[in-house]
Design a protein around this ligand. Sequence first.
Ligand code: 5GP
Ligand code: MG
Length: 193
Amino acid sequence: MTTEIAMKVLLSKEDLHDGVTRMAQQIEAAFEGRQLTIVGVLTGSVVLLADLIRLLDQPMRVGVIQASSYRGATTERGDLVINSELMLDISGRDVLLVDDIFDTGHTLSRVVEKMHELGPNSIHSAVLLRKEVRQEVDYEPDFVAFQIPDEFVVGYGLDYEDMYRNLPYLAALQPEDIARHVTMAAEHDGVRV
Ligand code: 5GP
Ligand code: MG
């Protein structure tokens, strides 16, 4: 099935590439060839993680941690669940956490807190997006590729009900997108394999 969808593009594929390249250069300059342990926060960071690690010309270990707070709906927030079972050993390491978006900041600050318990040498963080006006915590991400307005966005790893992560651009979800999504989901219910 093809998905003939035209969403409101906030950042094109080229914009994203430029922004992630800029952020990679800042990270390289900050760590100057030191070995990094890069930890992607699942699931939203997977596309950024894949692109970023290939732009960084320095030794690194790569792992993931799982954190989920938003449960499908655009605004309601569930309890944050952090699962570090998949993660590699970070004790004594210089960690760079990679996440999709810093919104209220609760997710990233809680993940950083949890990772500090594992005895790393240092923890820094890099996010693709930041919604400036929404911040509710004291914690500041170290590297930010783009500041965006307070809109719910999908694509380049970010989802709405686990879909649209594969869009190569970043789109602001509109009411008509949600209506189409609901129709598609209902149709799909009849053909689930
Ligand atoms: P925070 O804890 O900073 O409020 O939320 C961070 C998490 O909420 C992100 O990792 C992401 O999963 C989700 N989130 C926040 N804003 C958006 C958004 O605009 N679009 C999507 N798809 N997820 C978002
Ligand atoms: Mg996330």
